[in-house]
Design a protein around this ligand. Structure first.
Ligand code: SF4
Length: 118
């Protein structure tokens, strides 16, 4: 593993890293222990992935991330975790993601959901 993968952790600052770490933990918890909440939220999710790759760089750059010219891809797309597969679960995930890339928005948004786990 190269230093490059962990560069965001070393350069983003502790507050940013704590937010990203909490977001990652929260998503994993919801995906594996609250599938009903995830399912409910996904019903209100609209749009589609623009392959910007920002969610693959939360806290650290995923080592499976493959950068193309304008878009990104996963080197092991069919093997990616359920947490990656389902991102974003709710508005809070988008907020975490926007900390990293505020200029280019995620292709997904939520259709007026009130999220209980905020
Ligand atoms: S941040 Fe959104 S648009 Fe970008 S790769 Fe992730 S899901 Fe797709």
């Amino acid at each position: 593993m190269s230093y490059k993968i962990f560069k965001p952790i070393l350069t983003n600052g502790w507050k940013h890293n704590l937010i990203q770490l909490w977001g990652k933990t929260r998503r994993a918890y919801l995906v594996y222990y609250h599938p009903a909440y995830v399912k409910k939220n996904l019903r209100h999710r609209v749009g589609e992935c623009q392959r910007c790759g920002t969610c693959c760089k939360l806290m650290f750059d995923c080592w499976w991330l493959n950068n193309h010219c304008q878009t990104t891809g996963c080197r092991h797309y069919s093997l990616r975790s359920r947490v990656c597969h389902i991102f974003p679960i709710d508005e809070r995930d988008l907020k975490d993601r926007d900390l990293l890339n505020p200029t280019k928005k995620c292709g997904y948004s939520f259709n007026g959901t009130k999220t209980a786990k905020d």
